[in-house]
Structures are given as structure tokens and as C-alpha cells.
Design a protein around this ligand. Sequence first.
Ligand SMILES: Cc1cc2nc3c(=O)[nH]c(=O)nc-3n(C[C@H](O)[C@H](O)[C@H](O)COP(=O)(O)OP(=O)(O)OC[C@H]3O[C@@H](n4cnc5c(N)ncnc54)[C@H](O)[C@@H]3O)c2cc1C
Length: 384
Amino acid sequence: MGDWRSTAAVVIIGGGIMGASTAYHLARRGHTDVVILEKDLLAQASTGLSAGGIRQQFSHPANIRLSQEAVRVFERFEEVFGVDMEFRQVGYLFLAQSEDVWQEFLTNVEIQRQENVPVEALSAEEIGYRWPYLNVDDLRGGTFCAEDGYADPYMAAMGFANAARRLGVHIEEQTRVTAIQIEGGKVRGLETTRGPISAPVVVNVAGPWGGEVASMAGVDLPVRPVRRQVFVSARFDPIPKPVPMILDIEPAFYFRGEGPGILMGMSDPDEPPSFNLNWDYSFMEKVIDKAVHRAPILEDCEINRGWGGLYAITPDDNPIIGALPVAEGLFCAVGFSGHGFQQAPTVGRILSELILDGETSFDLSPFAHDRFDRVAGKAETRVV
Ligand SMILES: Cc1cc2nc3c(=O)[nH]c(=O)nc-3n(C[C@H](O)[C@H](O)[C@H](O)COP(=O)(O)OP(=O)(O)OC[C@H]3O[C@@H](n4cnc5c(N)ncnc54)[C@H](O)[C@@H]3O)c2cc1C
């Protein structure tokens, strides 16, 4: 822990990749009077527990644009930040079983191609030819983007955090924000477990705690923490590397290569909101069932570890990004619903513009905090 600073131009609540990227983007424009407050340790919450998927295959153009810019940052990450974040552009394969989902995919392909995403639409036969370990008997088709892939989210977050630190940003770990002070319609500062800090700008990038932190400012943001479980196998050679990120969309199951093994996970539609981080054996068995159905050879793999992490979910599966009008100086980027790691480079840039310039050229209307009264249903389809 560093010397306590009782004042700053900008205080960022949350030391995950969103906070680290925002601090870096502020600092690279010369604004270094910035403090990140992290209740635990850097990048050990959702960021460190993420599956690390990076894709441009979204259904909403705004999500495509957020990820597209980020892919370009990740491609040059080592050169710019001096950190190998292990970005593997080995592709992302979406699989459809039913005709309805296949038609949805084809609509998405049109949207993605309009945004210049190099996506391919593949028949079941082509999928079986290119990835012979997959059971394609019940598939209608799939889409594949070779520029997509996965990376190590912890290394990426630490790359941003260390670059921000080198530029002069202060990072205080094991420091929990307990209150946000607002006076006369303006942010004045914060209370923390290590003392007060005054600041005219406060950024809520508290991930699954984003709703809790927003309520400290009297704002009700519909962000719920929901557990997602991930399992990793021991060394598994029968499937040739590299293994792309493969998403079997209807059962919401995915797997990919992870070092010498295989990483797999699945959404549980019955998972209630909570801060539970345990993984459970009975759910692992359900995941293995789906795995063996899609890639029968996985029957021989041995799972040797697993973990639970938290998604920060909103009603339409899109994040809430922007200024919160309840008080001048209050900003947020929360509720990424399972796709925040890959979007953090762009979101950090956007937040820095909102804070320093009062505006951004990125159209944030799909991510407005007050959209939920106007629009029902999912804005981003098929989030796993
Ligand atoms: C199992 C799993 C798989 C995922 N897979 C993917 C994927 O494939 N691709 C993808 O893009 N995304 C994925 N995600 C989502 C991704 O991990 C998140 O969207 C992203 O990490 C969010 O980053 P963040 O910085 O907003 O949140 P976090 O990393 O959670 O950081 C928020 C930080 O705020 C801190 N904090 C909270 N409250 C306070 C307080 N009061 N005071 C101080 N600090 C506080 C927390 O301790 C935490 O460190 C996955 C997530 C999980 C759990």
C-alpha cells in the first residue's frame, strides 16, 4: 500500500481490467492525478476468473465496434505494453443446431460483414472437415472468424495497470470504498476503509459490485452478480492444437485450448444472483455431458481444476457506460454480462474522453443507464 493521498482529480473504484484501462487512457493523455481504489488485489475478481474469449461476432453493431477496436489493441499489446498477454488468434466458432438459430446467425453475419468483420458462414460438412473431432450430426451450420480467439485477462489487466503506474497513477489495493459524497449535485469525494479522499470525478468500474457501488451515490443500476463455472483438464493431446474457442450456442456450452489442456464452461439458466464463487461437482458433470456430445473424444479428458467467477448481468445483456446525471462528475462502466474483458481497451478510451473532453465520438446510446424502461428483451443475443 502506498502513502495515502487524500485528494485526486479522478478516483476509479475497481482494480479490474476496466479500471486499469481507464487509468491508463487518462494517464497517456497526461492526466496522472488519478487513483485506483481496489478492495482486494488487482485483477483478481471477474477479470482474473474470466475465460478470456475475444470475439467480433456480436449481434449488436455497438458491441462489434467495442471489440473490433480492442482486437487491434490486443494485437500490438506486447509491443506497446511490454507484456505478453498470450493473445491467440486461433478463431472463434459458433455452432447452431436449429434452423431458427441458424437464421439468426446468418442475420448476424450480415451485420458483422457490414462492420468489416471477416466472418465465414460454414455448413455442418465444412465444420466436420476442418475440426474432425467435432460431432456435426445435429448441426445446421456455424460461423467462424479467424481473427478472434482468447488471451490471458490477468496479464492484459496488469499490462494496463503497470503502464498506468509508470505514467504516475496511484493504485491502492486492499482499500474498500464505503460511501460516495455528493453535495450540490456534484461529486465531492469518497469514504474508504483507509480514510476519506476528495475528488471531483469518480468512476464506478466495480464489476459485479457495480450495482452496490452505484447505490452509494443513490443510483439504482440493474446489475446483478451471477456465478459462472469454468473447468480445465489435464494435458490432453488427442485434439490437435490450436483449439479455437468453440461455442455450442443452444446448450450455452463452450470449450477452447488452455495450455496443454482444454478449458470448458457453460451458462446455467437456473443460477440465481449471488456472490457465490464455489464450483460444484454436479454442474461439472452436466458440462462434461455437453462436451462429450459435441466432441466425443473429450470423454477421455480428465478435469483437474475448476473455479467460479461472477458475471455482472443487466436485463438486456449489454453494459451501462457513461456519465450518471444524478451528480456531476459521476461515471460508470458496469454490467458487461460476460464480455467485458475484451471490450475494456475501448471502454477505457471512451471513459477517458468523457471525463477529459465531456464527450466521445462513440455512440453510447445502446449503453445508456436509463434505457431499461424503454426497451424490453435482449439487445445482445446469445450471450453465454
Ligand atoms: C467465468 C467467466 C468467464 C468470462 N469469460 C469472458 C470472456 O470469454 N470474454 C470476455 O470478454 N469476458 C468474459 N467474462 C467477463 C469479464 O471477466 C468481465 O466482464 C470483466 O473482467 C469485467 O472487468 P471489470 O474490471 O469491470 O470487473 P472486475 O474484474 O470484477 O473488477 C472490479 C473490481 O472492483 C473491485 N471493487 C468492487 N467493489 C469495490 C469497492 N466498494 N471498493 C473498492 N473496490 C471495489 C472488485 O474487488 C474488483 O476487483 C467472463 C467472466 C467470468 C466470471
